[in-house]
Design a protein around this ligand. Structure first.
Ligand SMILES: O=C1C[C@@H](O)[C@H](O)[C@@H](O)C1=O
Ligand SMILES: [Co+2]
Length: 298
């Protein structure tokens, strides 16, 4: 069982409106999204592109529903653009997050990422960094991690399909290289499973350095179709690569057990992007909430 005083349950708006493919769920308003999250029993939300940009407006709408912002995605371009460019955007986003009371920022290195390319098979030919690029990434993230820490925030890094940190070797090298006081891991069960990595193994190894968790389930049958058909990441998402915890093929029992044994403190966030026309987001949020309550006591 997870301790309700230490672990909070959030959900990402990506099941309602998908920022990577804005036509998916464009009919779902911000108010409807957060009302359904709250009604389904979630206390936190990540930030979606259809959320108000004014932190006061956003915070008021969340406060009314007993909710808070728990994290926001941040795209870094540390190995392909001047560091200062990423730093300026990072500082701006940290300020926004601080104003809405959030403590976590989830960074993904998007240089040469194929995750958004509609004509690129996700399971082939992603970019691999050379030693010089590794150095740039690590140095840049350590600097950003310091900036976050000085503002009372935590920089977590999101390993992700189609990006420069996807494989087990890349995750290991990453964790060996970054400053453990400044850069933490965002553990995403769906992306690990999609990459053919055992989530249990990674979590066991790095749980003490995990500061944010994405609970994402995976339909292995769709992943197989995606490999055979050479689908892009986004085509796979539309076809149902991901779903809510308990609805797919990821075994969440060891994940919850490791978090419990490590006395994990922080957010666990359901993040299950799929086509809202096929998988009603409110229905799936309720389904996830029920499964997590049964398995963790949250
Ligand atoms: O954390 C995430 C944010 C999304 O934009 C991304 O594509 C998704 O798969 C994810 O894990
Ligand atoms: Co994620």
């Amino acid at each position: 069982m997870l301790d309700k005083n230490k672990v909070s349950l959030g959900i990402a708006p990506i099941g309602w409106t998908n920022d990577d493919m804005p036509d998916l769920g464009k009919e779902n308003t911000f108010e409807q999204t957060i009302s359904e999250m709250a009604l389904a029993g979630f206390k936190g939300s990540e930030v979606g592109s259809h959320y108000p940009a004014d932190p006061k407006v956003l915070k008021k709408a969340l406060d009314l529903r007993g909710m808070t912002i728990c994290n926001q995605w941040f795209s870094s371009f540390l190995i392909s653009r001047p560091y200062e460019e990423t730093e300026a955007a990072f500082i701006k986003q940290c300020q926004f997050l601080t104003q809405v009371g959030a403590k976590c920022i989830g960074v993904s290195e998007q240089s040469y990422s194929i995750q958004g390319m509609l004509d690129h098979p996700i399971q082939e030919g992603k970019y691999v960094m050379n030693d010089e690029e590794w150095e740039k990434l690590v140095t840049g993230l350590n600097k950003l991690g310091r900036i976050a820490k000085d503002q009372g925030m935590v920089l977590t890094f999101h390993h992700h399909m189609g990006t420069v940190v996807q494989t087990e070797e890349e995750i290991d090298r990453f964790m060996e290289s970054v400053n453990p006081e400044l850069v933490f891991l965002l553990f995403d069960s769906g992306h690990l499973s999609f990459a053919g990595i055992d989530p249990e193994k990674i979590l066991k190894k790095y749980v003490d350095r995990v500061r944010h968790v994405h609970l994402k389930d995976l339909r292995k049958e769709v992943v197989k179709q995606s490999r055979d058909g050479k689908w892009s990441f986004l085509k796979g998402v539309r076809a149902g690569t991901f779903t809510v915890p308990g609805d797919g093929d990821v075994d969440f029992a060891p994940i919850f057990r490791i978090l419990e044994e490590a006395d994990y403190q922080g957010w666990v966030v359901v993040e299950a992007e799929q086509d809202p026309a096929k998988a009603n987001p409110f229905e799936y949020a309720l389904k996830a909430r029920k499964y997590i309550a049964e398995k963790t006591g949250l």
